[in-house]
Design a protein around this ligand. Sequence first.
Ligand code: GLP
Length: 243
Amino acid sequence: MLRGTAAVSVQRLAPEDLGPAAADCVFEALAARPKPVIGVATGSSPSPLYQALAASPRDFGSATWFALDEYVGLPQGHPESYAEVLRREIIEPLGLDPRTVHLPNPHTGDHQAACARYEQQIAEAGGIDLQILGIGRNGHLAFNEPGGALDSCTRLETLTEDTRSANQRFFDSPEDVPTHCLTQGLGTILAARHLLLIAQGAGKAEALRAALKGPVSRDCPASVLQLHSRVTVLADAEAASLL
Ligand code: GLP
């Protein structure tokens, strides 16, 4: 059984403190390098962070941003595509130049080449300084579903029915939820210099327990956090209840 030796710092916080505490990590990353690189997640978990960043008077112009993942099969401009979610959640509120915000491109017709290009873009930017993460209730990180390799690169992934049903809330009907995506791999995520995981609510408690206290295993993709040398977990009391 693999056991990690990671430096995982877990902070239990009141829900209203999650956003400001996460924003402090982003400010630290922004100040550490002249051209910082921030990895951004979508979903509900990072919303308080993005609100805290938007409320700050800081200038984010020096940074480059890379999304964790993007759906395959939605038309360009679909409101639930992560390109549009990031436009609403960070590009407009933070006043970012859209050319500094990158996502894997699902519209090229060649997913393998698009994923390789994405890895290359991250490398050319100097690697990711701070990767913001949520956790799926099945333990997924980005869209890395249970059962996949723990050292994967950006690639085409098939969404599990559990993930599709969790994300159904953003779509009109179950069949509208995409079946595939392009996602940073677990190896891509592990290459970031600092990982920041935000978890809220009782629905994440078991996934967080498995990720941090269970074995490092394909059954729980987020258990790779135990293999990283610098992980900050910000969790409310419900999400941290099984730690
Ligand atoms: C989504 C995203 C993940 C996210 C996770 C949890 O499907 N692809 O990047 O972290 O599932 O989402 P939420 O924060 O909405 O619970």
